[in-house]
Design a protein around this ligand. Structure first.
Ligand code: ZN
Length: 174
């Protein structure tokens, strides 16, 4: 199974909203296999399809229970607040304390076309929100407060394009 190149900050594909998958077929299964492989190789906890250049609403994740894929995901409810150090495979080597809702209710479809309904909090809830943001064309730098954002922009501007897509500490990255 071939892995994909993870698109990096600055790539316009990361800023575009993805489209629903119309038919869950072999093409989607192949995409998911490649995304899971790519996520593990990175290594990361989650990966959205547009991070590998595919403009469809699909993400994969593994929070310790094995790999899962969600097709056409939607968050239908969220509650609480949780601040957590969050990184992104498309913005490698950087992370910030970001506050988001803690509990989320995610719905979507699995690869067999069955409906999925998952209520998650903490790490899993965070992964869902981060990947949904990707699929809506939103990067985590857009979730930063003003100070964090100014610092992020400085760092990202000073960086070379050919970054190693890996965080040295194996930090939580999505
Ligand atoms: Zn990410």
């Amino acid at each position: 199974m071939a892995t994909y190149t993870i698109r990096q900050y600055g790539d316009p594909v990361l800023k575009q909203r993805t489209k629903d998958v119309e038919e869950i077929d072999g093409t989607v299964a192949t995409l998911v296999d490649g995304m899971i492989e790519t996520m593990y190789e990175a290594p990361g906890t989650g990966l959205a399809a547009n991070q590998v250049g595919v403009q469809r609403r699909v993400f994969v994740y593994d929070v310790g229970d094995g790999p899962r894929a969600v097709i056409n995901p939607r968050i239908v409810e969220s509650a609480g607040e949780w601040t957590y150090e969050e990184g992104c495979l498309s913005v490698p080597g950087l992370s910030w304390q970001i506050a988001r809702p803690n509990q989320v209710h995610l719905v979507g479809y699995d690869l067999d076309g069955n409906e999925i309904s998952v209520e998650a909090d903490e790490l899993e809830g965070r992964v869902f929100q981060h990947e949904l943001d990707h699929l809506d064309g939103i990067l985590l730098v857009e979730r930063l407060d003003e100070d964090q954002r100014a610092q992020a922009v400085r760092i990202l501007r000073s960086r070379a394009v050919d970054l190693a897509p890996r965080d040295p500490d194996g930090l939580f990255a999505l």
